[in-house]
Design a protein. Structure first.
Length: 342
């Protein structure tokens, strides 16, 4: 598996010597896409402020409201009124987590940015460990979900393996398996991500594509405090197709290879029929063979067309150049305006 070539995530063993200028970030930002997370945010945001404040000179918790239908906006506004360093970016409707995360990364102002779910599944203690690795000089620290594989069904694991194989075939960057959207990014990485123009947001792939020194930290996700996950099997399949069509041409090559193989086989079969008739004197029968091969090949052709159509759909989406999300409003920056001389 390609993932095995990556250095295993390790805990620092020696006391860390922070890189110059990385002792304590001036502004630490947390980007949190939220869809119907009122109940979770109401306890998570105060805890984040409490636990992260000692690690930065200033804090910015940017909540992206992805068209929530509950009180998410009210809860966040209430916390802002209480004076918490929270900002709210409201999207005009539900655009999906990947778009919400992109919106957050476009608006965020911190020198260090941590992206985290709003449901409390990403432990704050792990975010603090990520900061330690950043101080050592890593620009990207991604969270690796521990014990994820063991809990998955065989079919799911197989599907994951095929997915990573397809994604990694012939690419120059490594996509860490089991890494999710819980990660720390240095400002340089955020700026690099903003330059990627594509509509297809397979964030994990984009994070890997931009490069920069990266390392992983294992974590055990906490249970979701309230509500339930909004990701279902079909959604994950959709994301996998987005990932593959955005990063890999392997399926297209498989289609070409299949064409060559089928053509060669049919030539061999043609020669065999002539041979059978001329040299063995067998009468050519075979309505069954004919019917079976026609339906089989029609199936193969439709499948190949479907694969090509997925790529065509990708091109269609890209050429429209629609924005990825629409912002309804955004609370002002928390950075102190520069004091100008009187
Ligand atoms: N989320 C979002 N938009 C959506 C669905 C989810 O912003 O359309 C957010 C959600 O509020 C949470 C994060 O994405 O903060 C992860 O979602 P969830 O917990 O449902 O997924 P899981 O943890 O199962 O991967
Ligand atoms: Mg969750």
């Amino acid at each position: 598996a390609p993932a095995s070539t990556l250095p295993a995530p390790t805990e620092p063993t020696e006391p860390i010597t922070p890189l110059a200028g990385r002792e304590r970030p001036q502004l630490l930002s947390v980007v949190m896409p939220a869809y119907n997370e009122a109940r979770n945010l109401s306890w998570l945001l105060p805890r984040l402020v409490e636990e992260l404040s000692p690690h930065a000179q200033a804090l910015e918790l940017l909540v992206i409201d992805d068209g929530s239908r509950d009180d998410t906006v009210m809860v966040v506004r209430g916390l802002i009124r209480q004076g918490l360093p929270v900002r709210l970016l409201r999207l005009s409707r539900n655009f999906g987590k990947e778009a919400a995360l992109t919106a957050g990364l476009d608006a965020v102002e911190g020198d260090v940015v941590i992206s985290m779910d709003s449901d409390g599944q990403h432990p704050i203690s792990c975010a603090i460990k990520m900061l330690e690795r950043w101080r050592e000089g890593y620009d990207v620290v991604y969270g690796v979900q521990k014990g994820r594989r063991e809990s998955q069904s065989l079919a799911r694991r197989l599907y994951t393996r095929v997915f990573y194989w397809l994604m990694q075939k012939g690419s120059r960057f490594e996509l860490p398996a089991d890494a999710g959207d819980f990660r720390l990014l240095d400002r340089a990485v955020v700026l690099a991500l903003r330059q990627l123009p594509e509509r297809a947001r397979y964030m994990k792939g984009l994070f890997a594509w931009v490069g920069f020194p990266a390392t992983g930290i294992e974590f055990i996700p906490d249970a979701r405090a309230h509500g339930e996950t909004s990701f279902k099997f079909m959604g994950l399949l959709q994301l996998a197709v987005t990932g593959i069509t955005a990063f890999s041409k392997v399926p297209l090559r498989v289609v070409s290879a299949l064409g060559i193989v089928v053509s060669l086989l049919s030539v061999v079969f043609g020669f065999w029929i002539v041979f059978e008739k001329v040299f063995l004197g067998n009468e050519i029968s075979g309505f069954a063979t004919l019917a079976a091969s026609i339906t089989f090949l029609a199936g193969v052709q439709l499948l190949c067309l479907g694969i090509i159509a997925e790529y065509l759909g990708r091109v269609f989406d890209e050429v429209k150049r629609r924005p990825l999300y629409v912002t309804q409003d955004l609370t002002p920056s928390l950075r102190k305006p520069a004091v100008s001389d009187p």
